[in-house]
Design a protein around this ligand. Structure first.
Ligand code: UD1
Length: 409
């Protein structure tokens, strides 16, 4: 049983993009509510390699200084570590007219193409030279364009948006991704002096401004809905009563409805959600979809919860067909899961049993920690560096709630 209160930190999938956006204007940026995670440290190294300077003012505050002395060539070793390095493409092209980066790494969910990023930026006048290993692009004159994304890609929306801020004329992104982290980026860009209309909708209209219009700002990073979902999942499987401070119901409405159907009681209170779980969870079927649908990042948590729910549930993955690699690990804990194409059929078992498992990526790693809390005996999770990329002291926070979890190294 978990009891007490946990604070949700700022979102990884927002802060990394906000950091990339600091390339667009000279001056001193201050980011607050920054999660203390490995990917932020990598992004700092990347920005420093490009010519910026960065400084942690405290565990959750970051100072980024852009003196305008930027070399738009990103080193392979750093780009390979995080997916969000692809977010350098838009601002570097928009502001410096040139970019040379390796193909980004990050979580391996199978193929992660960038064709939508490239097509959008090409429509604005960029010229690409794509090889197996990297991306080079130049843009002597970026201009506005009407871009309809064939899929509401988060990364493509962000790159086109950041390039369009300084482009000549008006860019319209139709079928844009609507994740709260994109709203956060738009808000920061607008405070910097950009002109973006339609924030939070699927149609973003960006009117280009001159470089001298943009200036550095102080910005508070939006809270991490996936970390919030993780703590709710932990209470759901172990039982208990926890206040998840900083969880924003309006950013995770669809997920909260599904949690409720599974039997978790979630009550919005000022600045957070009270989560109470007393009974065995009930199975549901769910499918991942772009926001406001159930995020693919929530899926490992839900599959873990279904592993011990009463009845049978079906999880359908619509974004990354390869994103089921953690299922083998849940099976080692005794879960009864069968994969059929992009569906997983999960027959709930009464009890998971501790074993040694490997964290294949950030969210799957967190889901294994949650499953380990409720498995009988000892669960050892290896490759925890994946979890550290996106979670701000997951172990310490769960332990403070009464979870029996410790860090070995
Ligand atoms: C971001 C998140 C990731 C999350 C994902 C979906 C970051 C750093 N990562 O990743 O945690 O799981 O959103 O919510 O913010 N696609 C294409 N062509 C493209 C781009 C994407 O076909 O040019 C496809 C992808 O293969 C995938 C789908 O679109 O099937 C979604 O990808 P996208 O929204 O771009 O995800 P990311 O920005 O990479």
């Amino acid at each position: 049983m978990l009891h007490g209160e946990v604070q949700v930190p700022g979102a990884k999938n927002s802060v990394l993009k906000l950091m990339a956006a600091t390339l667009l204007a000279e001056g001193e940026f201050r980011l607050t509510n920054v999660p203390n995670i490995a990917d932020v440290r990598t992004m700092c190294e990347l920005l420093e390699a490009l010519g910026m300077s960065t400084q942690r003012l405290d565990a959750h505050e970051l100072l980024l200084i852009n003196t305008g002395n930027i070399t738009p060539i990103a080193p392979f070793e750093l780009v390979d570590r995080i997916r969000a390095s692809i977010n350098l493409l838009g601002p570097l092209l928009g502001k410096y007219g040139h970019v040379d980066i390796a193909m980004p790494g990050g979580d391996d969910f199978g193929s992660r193409p960038i064709d939508l990023h490239v097509a959008g930026l090409e429509a604005m006048g960029a010229i690409f030279d794509l090889t197996r290993d990297g991306v080079k692009a130049t843009a002597t004159h970026l201009h506005g364009a009407q871009i309809t994304l064939k899929f509401p890609s988060v990364g493509a929306t962000e790159n086109i948006l950041m390039a369009a801020v300084l482009a000549d004329g008006v860019t319209v992104i139709d079928n844009a991704a609507r994740e709260p982290e994109i709203g956060d980026l738009c808000n920061m860009l607008n405070n910097m002096g950009a002109n973006i209309a339609g924030v939070g909708t699927a149609k973003l209209t960006i009117t280009g401004v001159t470089p001298s219009t943009l200036h550095a700002v102080t910005h508070e990073v939006v809270n991490d809905r996936v970390q919030a979902a993780t703590y709710i999942a932990a209470v759901a499987v172990t039982g208990g009563d926890v206040f998840v401070r900083g969880a924003r119901a309006e950013h995770m409405e669809m997920l909260l409805n599904r949690y409720a159907e599974m039997g978790v009681s979630i009550t919005p209170q000022s600045d957070g959600l009270r989560v109470v779980a007393t009974d065995r969870l009930r199975s549901i079927d769910f499918a991942t979809l772009p926001y406001p649908g159930i995020a693919t990042d929530y899926k490992p948590l839900l599959v873990g919860m279904l592993s011990i729910a009463s009845g049978t549930g079906i999880a359908t993955e619509n974004l990354y067909p390869g994103r089921f690699r953690y299922v083998d690990e849940l099976q080692k804990l005794g879960a009864d899961i069968r994969i059929d194409g992009h569906h997983a059929v999960i027959r709930g078992v009464e009890q998971l049993v501790g074993a040694s498992v490997n964290a294949p990526d950030i969210r799957a790693g967190a889901a294994l920690v949650v499953a380990g809390l409720v498995a009988s005996g000892e669960t050892v999770i290896n490759d925890t560096h994946h979890i550290d990329r996106g979670y701000d002291d997951l172990v310490g926070k769960l332990a403070a709630l009464g979870g029996l979890v410790t860090r070995r190294s």
